[in-house]
Design a protein around this ligand. Sequence first.
Ligand SMILES: Cc1cc2nc3c(=O)[nH]c(=O)nc-3n(C[C@H](O)[C@H](O)[C@H](O)COP(=O)(O)OP(=O)(O)OC[C@H]3O[C@@H](n4cnc5c(N)ncnc54)[C@H](O)[C@@H]3O)c2cc1C
Length: 270
Amino acid sequence: MNAPAKTDNAELIVPDGVYAETVLSVTHYTDRLFRFRMTRPAGFRFRSGEFAMIGLMVDGKPIYRAYSVASPSWDEELEFFSIKVPDGPLTQHLQKIQPGDKVLMRKKPTGTLVLDALTPGNRLYMFSTGTGIAPFASLIRDPETYEKFEEVILTHTCRDVAELKYGFDLVDEIRNHEFLAEVVGDKLKHYATVTREDYPFKGRITDLIENGKLFSDLGVPPLDPAVDRGMICGSAAMLKDTKALLEKAGLTEGANNKPAEFVIERAFVG
Ligand SMILES: Cc1cc2nc3c(=O)[nH]c(=O)nc-3n(C[C@H](O)[C@H](O)[C@H](O)COP(=O)(O)OP(=O)(O)OC[C@H]3O[C@@H](n4cnc5c(N)ncnc54)[C@H](O)[C@@H]3O)c2cc1C
């Protein structure tokens, strides 16, 4: 056991192999979504796009869930973008965290949504729904993404317009960032759509790929395995349908030990 870490209200015994980090800020977007930032332990290294197990002590027992690190690997702090599941074992508590509280994090990050798992290409598509934008929030803020690709297209589909705000804030932050603004230039394109509200860009991303509207809206040619690469993060159904469309276009799925033209990761289990 490590030394107990003091919190405001209780003494937290931190298990081996786990960090206890301090919450720095919390932003609530909707009654289903929030973002928080916390301290980053000096020894915690990860590749942009990976996920870690984070948790809280609940009734004396730790509860962990997989979370994509939403901040880039160079950032001194760690950022996460979270769902609030009303009866969710973790998020019914996590949604109440305040600055100064402690969040647990297991030491080993992992994941397939990393640049290393893709073969070289010109255009990188990041297809996300809901909190599936989190690994891409990391990658679009990593200069390496723009060294490897000439064009980066982030698609984000949610039910309602309010749920898109985190994505818009990210892109604004990049455009106003002292060094990212120059690195990113006009290489990043953000394509946000909703499925349940009126909005200029409406529909499921799979429909927009299939009917070609995604490409005509962006002014780019249809998917081409010679130049296009993809990353997908969403529900199991969204992964399955998007993967099928990429495969139909001739792209093959890769992994850390076998880089190829696209990679996928679930945004949640269920
Ligand atoms: C590789 C991976 C990365 C993940 N990254 C994130 C992340 O960055 N942010 C995040 O909020 N969650 C993420 N998740 C989901 C996360 O692990 C938890 O499921 C979520 O925090 C809810 O935890 P819970 O204990 O409250 O409820 P759980 O018991 O874990 O989930 C209850 C139910 O809520 C629904 N649900 C869970 N998570 C989500 C979600 N993110 N979006 C929509 N519905 C959901 C599912 O139907 C699930 O069956 C990730 C999951 C995986 C496998």
